[in-house]
Design a binder for this molecule. Structure first.
Ligand SMILES: [Zn+2]
Length: 224
């Protein structure tokens, strides 16, 4: 049996390799070729998360972030926005949080997206810098007092017109969807959820709080 097996293996090894077929041109170069090609949905390659166990050091207003995790620039249910350049996506170095924070953001936006398939993707703003620390005025017009140890994230309220942009006025905010987003972050265990004073969003006392400059986004803070 052993001899037979070896002989068979030799035969397999000696089989000449087939000539590789010419590579298929995936992106037809001319409009004519496109018209005749079978339409196929584009594969959506979503950036992956390099998970590692993070440590928030100090406090959100005076702290650092050890082994932070970078939130991808976009996902099936979210996009990111640079609050300084006012465009999507946010720059890579403004998207670091603890693994817990990134996990909560992915989970909440995923659940929200599945519950509201007609809503726009959730727009996420700043988290922390790669190693945390100061994220004040020199990083943007207003800067952040907190966002220093990977536990804070800004998430823009969904717009009534469903555009993937930050709302410019409270009237542009879809209050029902905004309240649902707030509720989901509370259920996910957020310690603090700051919302705009004009929006009349509700939540547990001491967790959901009105705060100036938050009429276009909710500020979520997790426990360290
Ligand atoms: Zn914030």
């Amino acid at each position: 049996m052993l001899v037979g097996t070896t002989a068979a293996l030799v035969v397999i090894v000696r089989v000449p390799e087939p000539v590789a077929p010419p590579r298929v041109q995936m992106d037809p170069p001319t409009p004519t070729a496109t018209a005749t090609a079978t339409p196929r949905p584009r594969p959506r390659r979503l950036p992956k998360v390099a998970w590692r166990s993070s440590s928030p050091l100090g406090t959100p207003t005076s702290g650092r972030l050890r082994r932070g995790v970078r939130l991808p620039s976009r996902g099936a249910h979210f996009a990111t926005r640079d609050p300084v350049r006012k465009r999507t996506p946010n720059r890579w170095w403004r998207r670091y949080g603890t693994d817990d924070l990134v996990r909560v953001l992915l989970r909440v936006t995923g659940q929200f997206g599945r519950a509201h398939p007609r809503a726009p993707r959730v727009l996420i703003g700043d988290l922390s810098r790669p190693h945390g620390g100061d994220f004040g005025r020199r990083y943007g017009p207003l800067g952040h007092v907190s966002h220093q140890n990977g536990l804070d994230a800004d998430v823009y309220f969904p717009r009534r017109d469903r555009r993937l942009r930050a709302p410019r006025t409270p009237a542009q905010v879809d209050r029902r969807l905004a309240q649902d987003l707030v509720d989901r972050f509370v259920r996910a265990g957020a310690r603090l959820v700051l919302v705009g004073p004009s929006l009349d969003l509700r939540g547990p006392r001491g967790v959901v709080m009105p705060y100036p400059h938050h009429d276009d986004h909710v500020h979520v803070r997790l426990n360290g």
